[in-house]
Design a protein around this ligand. Sequence first.
Ligand SMILES: NC(=O)c1ccc[n+]([C@@H]2O[C@H](COP(=O)([O-])OP(=O)(O)OC[C@H]3O[C@@H](n4cnc5c(N)ncnc54)[C@H](O)[C@@H]3O)[C@@H](O)[C@H]2O)c1
Length: 376
Amino acid sequence: MGVTTVTAVSDVPGSSVAKLFRSEQGGHEQVVLCQDRATGLKAVIAIHSTALGPALGGTRFHAYASDDEAVEDAINLSRGMSYKNALAGLDLGGGKAVIIGDPDTLKTEELLLAYGRCVAALGGRYVTACDVGTYVADMDVVARENPWTTGRSPEQGGAGDSSVLTAFGVFQGMRAAAATQWGDPSLRGRRVGVAGVGKVGHLLVEHLLADGAEVVVTDVRAGAVQRVLDRHPGVTAVADTAALVRTPLDVYAPCALGGALDDVTVPALTATVVCGAANNQLAHPGVEKDLADRGILYAPDYVVNSGGVIQVADELHGFDFERAKAKATRIHDTTLAIFERAKVDGVPPAVAADRLAEQRIADRTPADRWLRPEVS
Ligand SMILES: NC(=O)c1ccc[n+]([C@@H]2O[C@H](COP(=O)([O-])OP(=O)(O)OC[C@H]3O[C@@H](n4cnc5c(N)ncnc54)[C@H](O)[C@@H]3O)[C@@H](O)[C@H]2O)c1
């Protein structure tokens, strides 16, 4: 009832739609505008690719400056999900949705149900999950209108907190980086700096300590740092990220916000491995080359932080934590494959990761035939 879905077809020069059809980075299969006047819902669902399976990606609920900016965000984020899901070894394509408006004032149960019907209208081509501004409890509501909603609560058959396998996956990626840089995957005796000890960062600290690493942390929230120090008296803390990158480290793990690796941070880094959970760590194109030029091995963010999407994707098969964890363990081999490809092609790992993802999507390689014989 009341939900309108419109597939965008206009072609105004300079608009998001024009970019969608013309830009080299376009190639989206479908972008759908959804509206429900009764609840104030305005949403954009972007399906970048279903080459590997239904397009999975979260729903961002955000007060965009303009509707065009919202479309642009959905377009960019959905492309990123195609790459992430491809290298996560999932039989899933890439998609993303945005709901336009301030979640604090606009979000109601009725609006989420209306949004759930928009997802339903796509008949399974798009599978949704949480993102900035949406939470497990919201996905429980959205799921009442369709069977293509993940990120639900364990009580509703969901995977619960995705930080668990995100942290585990980052640790797998870090082991691959250690093996590549030092010939030994163990972090024992290595000094690792974790910037941001929130949901993912504090769990990463536990994996590192269990492996025998020495850990240094920082966070803008004193309480988050204190929680780690109380639990693990051997951990030390520094004032801020600027101090952390300058402190003697073997590994730097950005686990806070995006843009952690920029023109100030990279020259100051003492670590020779960078591997962390934060999305979009490279502040601008070219940073990946600056890292490589300094001999710093960068484990691409969207590869090593894919444990969370692996965790929620498992809900589509009836969530089984051990099965999801086994899949997340493969982040180690994928990261190794990326470093190998980077060496062979003579490019930074971030470029090699994109090439591997593009290759899997173009070849439509199913997960069970991907990266098995030729790598490891
Ligand atoms: N949670 C997941 O499953 C998941 C999955 C993939 C990627 N990520 C990414 O990992 C990162 C961390 O996610 P999270 O779920 O742990 O978020 P979170 O909000 O729980 O933790 C982030 C922490 O970083 C701290 N922080 C913010 N700015 C900082 C700064 N300038 N210096 C130091 N600390 C700072 C915050 O205080 C907070 O404690 C984010 O970039 C997120 O997008 C998370």
